[in-house]
Write a protein that binds this ligand. Structure first.
Ligand code: PLP
Length: 398
């Protein structure tokens, strides 16, 4: 019997908005994925930065199972213990004041845009509407989030976009000073840009932003959807800087593999959302929240973030050694287990080469090989990835 999971069937039945790999995944175990034939692949993508504990973690499975037996969905008309437990933990970690749960990253961003505009309107300055982001950023695919994502390819043909959005050149302090005015309601920042190719915002840029905030009173919104939940070695990537954002958006690993997003706000915005002002049917699903709580407990109890930092630093050193002999490598950026390698050609070429060797990496920003492995990846597994890249670069040079 031939499998229905093939590229031809995919082409016939789905919209063509994904360039899926020709790989039919059936299950996962640890840091590995398995296809229909039982072939094993080292997963350096982890569901686009979602599966922080890899596959099959018993603590996550038990939390999901136990909660599903109690209740799968009830809605935000009621009080649900898993939401309370996860929200309390997020407040404890961030030192912030209030939580709203959504279903995804883009929905968290959307809610944060609304929260920012509503906060600004309550300030009495009716011109304070502008929501800014940085060039090369990615904030999501719904209209507000997409309007903040200054990437022409993602925007073409979708206009008109959300009015009152704008872009500041990444790490450009002069442009920052020029763009921030009394009309600025909020600035959205990925402290480490993910889709943009793994680039960290500079300390000087963050300092200037803090200074400008004193003059122009706007909100700083940290998009921690990709870089958060331990990915960079601290729970949130803004924690590598001396800054307290007004709003933090989290998602991806937050639901332990189930759809969940969160907006976490400081006391500056805590009274902005009143009953009925914003909402969602599924957001804060109790099974996802129970999984998220189990994830956070595991991250802290097993020192997963420290381990991720150490493994990431080791991978960077190993990649730097490869760069001494392989001229294809132009630059390496690593923050915890968020790794980007700029190469001298289309990174999709290396994705295919690695796939043939049963290692899964991802291409972003055209010429960046991106790796977001499970945070629990062991040294010998990371070594396997380095060996694979070494082989690919060597074969290409011959
Ligand atoms: N923000 C960042 C930084 C992201 O990396 C992503 C997704 O990759 C999003 C927002 C959108 O999240 P989602 O795909 O869950 O809507």
């Amino acid at each position: 019997m031939t499998s229905i999971l093939n590229k031809e069937t995919e082409h016939e039945i789905f919209f063509h908005n994904y360039a899926r790999l020709p790989l039919a995944i059936t299950r996962g175990e640890g840091v590995y994925l398995f296809d229909e034939q039982g072939n094993r692949y080292l997963d350096m993508i982890s569901g686009i930065g979602v599966n922080a504990l890899g596959y099959g973690d018993e603590r996550l499975i038990s939390a999901i199972h136990d909660q599903a037996k109690k209740i799968i969905h009830a809605s935000n008309l009621f009080m649900l213990e898993p939401q309370f437990k996860l929200a309390s933990r997020l407040l404890e970690i961030s030192g912030l004041s209030k939580v709203f749960f959504a279903n995804s990253g883009t929905e968290a961003i959307e809610a944060a845009i609304k929260l920012s505009r509503k906060w600004a309107s309550l300030s009495g300055n009716m011109e304070k509407k502008e929501v800014l982001s940085l060039s090369n950023c990615f904030h999501g695919r719904t209209y507000g989030a997409m309007s903040l994502t200054a990437k022409p390819k993602y925007l073409e043909g979708f206009d008109p976009l959300l009015p009152g959005t704008g872009s500041i050149a990444f790490n450009d302090i002069d442009d920052l000073r020029k763009k921030i005015t009394a009309k600025t309601a909020a600035v959205f920042i990925e402290f480490v840009q993910g889709e943009g190719g793994i680039h960290q915002v500079s300390g000087a840029f963050v300092e200037e932003l803090k200074q400008l905030q004193k003059t122009h009173d706007f909100l700083i919104v940290a998009d921690e959807i990709q870089a958060g939940c331990g990915r960079t070695g601290k729970f949130f990537s803004y924690m590598h800087f001396d800054i307290a954002p007004d709003i933090v958006c989290a998602a991806k690993p937050l639901g332990g593999g189930l759809p969940l997003g969160a907006v976490i706000g400081s006391n500056k915005v805590e009274d902005v959302f009143t009953a009925g002002i914003h909402g969602t049917t599924f957001g804060g699903n109790p099974v996802a929240c129970a999984a998220g709580h189990a994830l956070i407990e595991a991250l802290y109890s097993d020192n997963v973030m420290e381990q991720a930092s150490a493994t990431g630093a080791w991978m960077k050193a190993s990649l730097q050694k490869l760069a001494e002999t392989h001229t294809q490598i132009q630059d390496i950026r690593q923050y915890g287990l968020m790794i980007g390698i700029t190469v001298n050609r289309d990174a999709a070429y290396y994705v295919q080469k690695a796939l043939a060797k049963k290692v899964l990496v991802n291409a972003t920003s055209q010429n960046v090989i991106r790796m977001l492995p499970p945070l629990t990846i062991r040294r010998e597994e990371a070594q396997h990835c380095i060996d694979c890249l070494n082989e690919i670069f060597s074969e290409e040079q011959q």
